[in-house]
Ligand binder design. Structure first.
Ligand SMILES: Cc1ncc(COP(=O)(O)O)c(C=O)c1O
Length: 222
């Protein structure tokens, strides 16, 4: 970023499943101490972790503990998690890597202190971002990363409306080659259309997952 723009980014955006890829992205900008030395950090850089809203935060089919969870214990650490009556709830996301009911405790701290923000984007928004980067840039992002991208596109849209100039750094945490067959099945013929004119509708994620699982089991002789 320094080389390309001569400055730090104004905002850093990464998807948040369990949280490790986002915390790795944020680490450079956080103030901290190691061996008595203070990290430089930089409080002016906005840190944004994007959670999977799945079918929508009010639909109860999401993987967004920082938006809709409660503080509890999961895997031995105290953090936000999708919990009810002490039981872990079943999460949902179109992307397997974000389909998780908890989040690392550092993110809980960053949320509570306000240092980082944690918006959420839906399955449909992530799928559109996946198609957009693939079609316009020839870069196929992982469906996980597509959540970060979808939010960055929203931010960019806001900037266009307000006239604000902003350099946004998006973490592409993985490649989407692994997701191409899955996305094609979810979207059918729409997958090849321009997402600007043909946004996704009527997702049948569970049906596609069941179909792919059955095929995989048959291949394995299960
Ligand atoms: C490509 C990719 N990006 C992001 C994530 C989510 O990372 P984290 O769980 O560290 O938030 C995963 C998780 O599997 C992933 O596969």
């Amino acid at each position: 970023m320094l080389e390309r723009t001569g400055a730090l980014p104004d905002a850093v955006v990464a998807c948040a499943g369990g949280g490790s890829n986002a915390i790795g992205t944020f680490a450079e900008y956080l103030l901290g101490m190691e061996d008595g030395e203070q990290y430089a950090g930089n409080d002016n850089v906005r840190l944004i972790g994007v959670e999977p809203a799945g079918e929508g935060l009010d639909a109860d089919k999401h993987g967004a503990p920082l938006n809709k969870g409660v503080v509890g214990i999961l895997h031995g650490s105290c953090s936000y998690a999708l919990l009810k009556d002490g039981e872990i709830l079943h999460p949902h996301s179109v992307s397997a890597g974000l389909d998780y009911p908890g989040i690392g405790p550092e993110h809980s701290y960053l949320k509570d202190t306000g240092r980082a923000a944690y918006p959420a984007v839906t399955d449909a928004e992530a799928l559109d971002a996946f198609r957009m980067l693939s079609r316009y840039e020839g870069i196929i992002p992982a469906l996980e990363s597509s959540h970060a991208l979808a939010y960055a596109l929203k931010l960019a849209q806001q900037c266009e409306e307000t006239g604000e100039e902003m350099n946004i750094l998006v973490t592409l945490s993985g490649r989407g080659d692994k997701d191409v067959d899955y996305v094609r099945r979810i979207q059918g013929d729409l997958a090849a259309e321009d997402p600007a004119t043909h946004p996704v509708v009527n997702l049948n994620i569970e049906g596609v997952l069941a179909e792919m699982t059955a095929e995989s089991n048959a291949r394995e002789g299960l």
